[in-house]
Write a protein that binds this ligand. Structure first.
Ligand code: SF4
Ligand code: SF3
Length: 542
């Protein structure tokens, strides 16, 4: 076996990618990501064992977030960038080590791998399978994937100037724990729940960072057609990148379209002032290969999900920034003040044709917590009168597996007196179906990106208060969540921490859950998978 990764839903055979990633990740990339994670675990061990205050670590905290983000599914495929980051993190680790004694520290805190060859060799012994016990491995990886998701959200918040030393301290504690042979399965279960607690904190921080800078999302119609100007497509989740791009393209004659998870940017008041902010082009991440061909203009990836481009022509107009990366694609660096220079992208756009039309019309979104609460009276009346019988949280990720057609069919077949609450790219399975409305309340309420899943929790908590209930599970809300990558793991752990029970996860349960760990989740939280659409609807409506 040359590599091993089972962190996403599309993992090979539902067990693990061991030759090459289904995502396109090569053995070498997988190994460099394993070693980068190991270096970050080493830093975490030093910080935790030596009682170092995260506040004193300066830029290291942000570099740890980026390192973790670089290992999330479909974020970074660039071996040179991964190698540089491993070197950087070893350097930071050694600088921290100089101030403390190395007594009691393990290999992660002290290993040296300077060359690519040395890195690959070292990586072979520090990956997922280094933990032999299946249950401990499962819990360690569940915590690590939750922490990766947490790091992604913390990085977005940091880009907006918001940081929380307690979140950094927790990341160090959790990663150090995954190296600790003395921790039992029970200890790790407790840490998994604590990961959910910090998941809630990080999502609240990001929500505050986004809304204080860009305003509260509001009901918005977004065009899915095209204009006649040359254009740039921006994908991924980072709103500060979008803000800078809109500022730099203002008055340039170049339009900006969102793609995938950037769609919800249209819901923020701050971006409505840009005349060249043209609309959304395309669908969820996995359809990008054909959509980028017909778009014609440059594409900027601010984060995941990148699909390896199939033609040289498309690759030549893909740019990455932040934690994203792909070999052969130009990476736009951030200067010391967080500024990025998109002039090369804009210049390239001017030389290329306008996008081909692939769809027409509009979609509606912007139902984050503040907007839904502005409609609270209407929503509460609709529930009390029986006009709305049930809400379905169908947040999460989309993916390329055929089995995800379940979610389109599920949305179509849901009784007409139900409302879907969504967030994340899962929405593309049903946000263009025209499912109608109930007394003016649309049947699909899109709160935003996966990053905005927090909004769905806030809505549930506020409804619980409004209905005077003592338990969030007494609300008429069912959870049928689609997952793919590790940000979905932190969202799931956050919901569990908030006490939400009976969440159904699909299209398959994570390969990284061992039978025993899956049993704990089933017994304690009622977690379930999915079955057939008709039977599931019957079960949820009962
Ligand atoms: Fe396989 Fe998913 Fe890992 Fe890619 S991220 S190597 S598809 S498990
Ligand atoms: Fe999608 Fe990658 Fe997760 Fe942000 S863009 S939800 S999969």
């Amino acid at each position: 076996m040359s590599m091993f990764c089972y962190q996403c839903q599309e993992t090979a055979r539902g067990t693990g990618c061991d030759v090459r990633g289904v995502c396109g990740k090569s053995e070498e990339t997988a190994k460099l990501q394993d070693l980068l994670l190991y270096a970050v675990k080493g830093i975490s061990e030093i910080v935790t064992k030596k009682g170092i205050d995260a506040k004193t670590l300066g830029a290291v905290n942000g570099d740890v977030l980026s390192s973790l983000f670089m290992t999330i599914t479909n974020a970074n495929f660039d071996d040179n960038a991964l190698e540089r980051q491993i070197r950087k993190m070893q350097g930071s680790r050694d600088a921290i080590l100089r101030g403390v004694s190395s007594e009691g520290l393990g290999d992660a805190a002290t290993f040296k791998a300077e060359t690519r060859a040395a890195m690959l060799e070292k990586a072979s012994s520090v990956g997922v399978l280094a933990t032999e016990n299946e249950d401990l491995r499962s819990l360690r990886e569940l915590i690590i994937y939750g922490v990766k998701g947490m790091a992604a959200y913390a990085e977005h918040a940091k880009n907006l100037g918001k940081e929380d030393p307690e979140i950094y301290a927790f990341i160090y504690k959790a990663l150090a724990a995954t190296l600790n042979p003395d921790l039992s399965a029970d200890d790790l279960v407790a840490l998994t729940l604590e990961t959910g607690k910090y998941g809630v904190s990080v999502m609240a921080m990001l929500d505050e960072a986004n809304t204080s800078r860009f305003g509260n999302p509001e009901i918005t119609k977004v065009s899915i057609g095209v204009r006649k100007n040359p254009a740039i497509l921006i994908s991924g989740h980072d709103l500060t990148d979008l803000e800078q791009l809109l500022e730099q393209t203002k008055g340039s004659g170049v339009d900006v379209y969102t793609h995938g998870e950037m769609l919800p940017a249209h819901y923020y008041p701050a971006f409505k002032k840009y005349d060249n902010f043209a609309g959304n082009y395309g669908n969820a991440w996995w359809k990008q290969s054909s959509e980028f061909e017909s778009f014609h203009g440059p594409v900027i990836f601010t984060t995941n999900c990148i699909v390896p481009p199939r033609s040289e022509e498309v690759r030549s107009r893909i740019f990455t920034t932040g934690s994203a990366g792909f070999p052969g694609c130009k990476h736009i660096e951030t200067d010391a003040k967080g500024k990025k220079d998109f002039s090369e992208v804009i210049a390239l756009a001017r030389t290329l044709p306008a996008p081909d039309e692939i769809e027409k019309g509009e979609i509606v979104g912007g139902f984050a917590h503040s907007q839904v609460m502005a409609l609270a009276d209407k929503v509460i009346d609709a529930v009390k009168s029986g006009a709305v019988r049930k809400f379905f949280v169908m947040a999460g990720c989309d993916g390329r597996m055929k089995s995800r057609e379940y979610y389109t069919e599920f949305a179509e077949k849901l009784p007409k007196d139900t409302v879907i609450l969504t967030a994340g790219c899962a929405k593309y399975r049903y946000n263009k179906l025209n499912l109608g409305d109930i007394g003016g309340i649309p049947r699909v309420l899109d709160a935003g990106q996966c990053n905005d899943s927090y909004s769905l929790a806030v809505i549930a908590l506020k409804l619980k208060e409004a209905f005077g209930l003592d338990d969030i599970n007494k609300l008429p809300i069912a959870y049928n969540i689609a997952w793919y990558e590790q940000k979905a793991c932190i969202v799931l752990l956050a919901l569990l921490y908030l006490g939400v029970k009976n969440i159904h996860l699909g299209p398959t349960l994570p390969a990284f859950l061992s039978p025993n760990v899956a049993k704990v989740l089933v017994d304690t939280f009622g977690i379930g998978g999915i079955g057939s659409v008709d039977e599931d609807i019957k079960m949820f409506m009962a």
